[in-house]
Design a protein around this ligand. Structure first.
Ligand code: SF4
Ligand code: SF4
Length: 625
């Protein structure tokens, strides 16, 4: 039976993923409100709280800004709060973030921001550590699941003591690493205590008192740095004259490299930072004494390195700094042992056993496909078909995309969307192109959760300014890409909370679009017709292309009848594969097409494109379902 990480006892040692450890830390730290917007690599924190029955408020919000504002609201009433998001989500939430540093909090408020070096699932390699100095908020960074849990508890405690929100910044390899974690005691959730009217604190429009609050904020930061020392967030390991300053996953790589991998007699002194901002000057001034060379090991930007270079001048030290600005480590991509080998060994001929035994494997690149049976495949085929039926070439009509799994339509064979920029950007970018003077029709496509997130305001803008465009809202009724989280169109959340359904069509109608149609994309003829009829009309036309995510639907209702290929009828023309790119189809050893029955979701799309009618329902040829 699976261990419940939220119910395991104080003192137990269990294996946890970094995000599960943060969820556990939230309960040990007395969190009452946990709220976030799904985004890899942060999603499993709220999911763990939901799945394992945390007896607190643990729900998704419509976007990160709303999530953070809920957290701020709860914390100024004295409740302890956790807000979670991925890196670009903090850009959405940056407005309340920068005001929160002036208003401060009463109950501890921890903001988890998870970055994605690589990037593996994110549009940019954003380094959110810069939000520490930008917002002037304390920034802490764990290196492994144990620290992820411990820093969650410490961050909440420090936040409450200095009255400032604290940013817990992680990267993918910390969020998704699994390690043994020694558990602490679950605390009673800290709920509402009091909330008093205090305009100078909570109203940001008063310029005089904002100056005073800025002074207060600077004093709080000094206090935070002093207090953090007593929680041992920073430490020194070893005593060599070659010093390594590192944090986050960089520390794990350094440890692995130095302790397990190389046969070197050289001694290193590791300065492991858990507090990144305020930059721990006093700690470093002492810890760096006697260092002849200082190597900075960090992922993404030279964040620590930049601070270090400016601080060393004030320290009066002459240690040489090696890192990213010196060209020894790349500023892009994840860290790995090979990069560290070059950096730490500095060209010395020292044996690294692990790398010598590694056998390079060539993996052919494969574009990520939409899932078998995915309704987005039908939606885009419908849009492309509608463009053609209306007499346009697909080369002439830009289709703007948005953030979600439907962005995979960019790859062949669909090659549908022309852009995928940032959350909610499809409609406003399409509008910008039209306003620039582009005369042909434009199509904006946006998923349901992205529409709720930041797509509503752009639609208001397009309607208000009377811009001609077709907007297709791809409504699969879930936040599919990040693990099937709830959207506002659900009537019950993951925790069983009864909620009021918010209907996309009512929002769209309320905004006053010129035309609204709701179409089932599995009915491809209707989808093609709807697009063809609307695309060249004046005004803002909206088609809601509505069908549930195939994977989720199969989980809920069981898998529908699969399709199969009658081999004698198949000529091997590959029309089915070329049209759909469905990953359940493959070319067999005879050069004909077959279907992985266990992968087929029975959408019938491939059968539509077969000229010889070789693709039929499995049960129609007497096979089991
Ligand atoms: S019916 Fe065809 S297109 Fe649909 S999921 Fe099965 S193999 Fe793929
Ligand atoms: S379209 Fe039909 S005939 Fe052509 S490869 Fe596919 S199954 Fe065979």
């Amino acid at each position: 039976m699976e261990m419940n990480p939220l119910k395991a006892k104080d003192g137990e040692k269990i294996a946890l993923m970094g995000n599960e450890a943060i969820a556990r830390g939230a309960l040990e730290g007395g969190v009452w409100i946990a709220v976030g917007y799904p985004g890899t690599p942060s999603s499993e924190v709220i999911m763990t709280l939901q799945e394992f029955g945390a007896e607190i408020y643990a729900e998704w919000a419509v976007n990160e800004k709303v999530a953070l504002e809920i957290g701020i609201g709860a914390s100024i009433g004295g409740a302890r709060s956790l807000v979670t998001m991925k890196g670009p989500g903090l850009n959405i939430a940056s407005d309340p973030l920068l005001s929160a540093s002036y208003s401060g909090v009463d109950g501890g408020l921890l903001i988890l921001v998870a970055d994605d070096p690589g990037p593996i699932t994110t549009q940019t390699e954003q380094d959110s550590r810069w939000y520490g100095p930008l917002a002037k908020l304390p920034l802490i960074s764990p290196s492994n699941p144990q620290e992820a849990k411990d820093y969650t508890v410490i961050g909440l405690e420090l936040s409450e003591r200095v009255q400032l929100p604290v940013i817990l910044r992680t990267t993918t390899r910390v969020n998704h690493a699994i390690g043994e974690v020694v558990l602490g005691k679950i605390s009673e959730p800290r709920k509402f205590r009091s909330f008093k009217k205090d305009p100078q604190r909570f109203i940001r429009a008063g310029m005089t008192w904002n100056l005073e609050r800025h002074r207060w904020l600077n004093e709080r930061l000094v206090e935070f740095e002093k207090l953090a020392e007593s929680f041992s967030l920073n430490r020194v390991e070893g005593n060599g004259e070659k010093c390594i300053i590192t944090e986050g996953i960089g520390y794990q790589y350094v440890k692995e490299f130095l302790l397990n991998k190389i046969e070197s007699g050289e001694k290193f002194r590791i300065l492991k930072l858990g507090l990144l901002y305020p930059f721990p000057r006093d700690f470093l001034r002492k810890a760096l004494r006697g260092c002849k060379e200082t190597i900075v090991v960090e992922e993404l930007d030279p964040f620590l390195e930049t601070f270090l270079r400016s601080e060393l001048l004030t320290f009066g030290f002459s240690t040489r700094i090696i890192g990213k600005d010196s060209g020894h480590l790349p500023k892009e991509g994840e860290l790995d042992l090979e990069k560290l080998r070059n950096l730490l060994l500095g060209g010395q001929n020292v044996k690294d056993r692990s790398l010598d035994s590694a056998v390079p494997i060539e993996v052919p690149p494969r574009p990520p496909p939409l899932c078998p049976g995915c309704p987005h495949r039908n939606s885009y085929l419908g849009i492309l078909g509608g463009i053609a039926r209306a007499g346009f070439s697909r080369k002439d009509i830009p289709i703007f995309g948005d953030i979600g799994c439907y962005a995979l339509s960019a790859y062949p064979p669909l090659s549908a969307i022309w852009t995928e920029h940032s959350m909610g950007a499809s409609i406003s970018m399409a509008m910008g192109l039209k306003l620039s003077g582009f005369e042909k029709p434009v199509v904006a496509t946006i998923g349901d959760s992205t529409f709720f997130h930041t797509g509503i305001q752009p639609l208001i803008e397009a309607v208000n300014k009377r811009v001609d465009m077709l907007v297709v809202i791809l409504d699969n009724q879930v936040v599919a890409m990040t693990g099937h989280q709830a959207t506002p169109s659900w009537t019950k959340t993951e925790t069983g909370r009864d909620v009021k359904e918010v209907k996309i069509e009512e929002i769209v109608q309320g905004i006053g679009v010129d035309e609204l149609k709701i179409v089932d994309p599995y009915d491809l003829d209707s989808m093609v017709k709807a697009v063809a009829d609307s695309i060249n009309k004046r005004g803002v036309k909206v088609i809601i292309s509505r069908a549930p995510c195939a994977i989720l639907e199969a989980r809920r209702k069981g898998r529908p009848a699969y399709y199969t290929v009658i081999e004698d009828k198949c000529t091997g023309c590959l029309a089915c594969l070329r049209a759909t790119g469905c990953p359940a189809l493959y070319v067999n050893e005879k050069g004909k097409v077959s279907i992985f029955e266990e992968d087929c979701y029975g959408c019938a799309l491939c059968a539509r494109y077969c000229p010889t009618k070789a693709i039929v329902r499995g049960d129609s040829v007497g096979k089991k379902d």
